[in-house]
Design a protein around this ligand. Structure first.
Ligand code: SF4
Length: 84
């Protein structure tokens, strides 16, 4: 028997499903990991900042959370990168 894919075993509510080219979350199934984990597990691996919103429409992986670059400094950081 094949083992579940990592994204399937990640979610305690089985709310994540494959929707090519990305993934989707079934909001009716999502519990925001309450009672299972302190943090939303999907947000810990999602590579796109701001892609996952909580029930108040607040990004769980807010801009800057992955890069460590505060949004106010993003333009300067991008200019520095592009100048290399
Ligand atoms: S926050 Fe993410 S990992 Fe947690 S239940 Fe919802 S979809 Fe699943």
């Amino acid at each position: 028997m094949a083992s579940p894919k990592s994204w399937q075993s990640l979610c305690p509510s089985n709310a994540i499903y494959e929707a090519k080219p990305h993934f989707m979350i079934d909001s009716k199934k999502c519990t925001e990991c309450e009672g299972d984990f302190a943090d939303a597990q999907c947000a810990t691996i999602c590579p796109i900042e701001g892609a996952i919103l909580d029930s108040f429409a607040v990004a769980l992986n807010a801009p800057g959370s992955l890069t460590g670059i505060p949004p106010a400094k993003m333009d300067a950081a991008m200019a520095e990168i592009q100048a290399r």
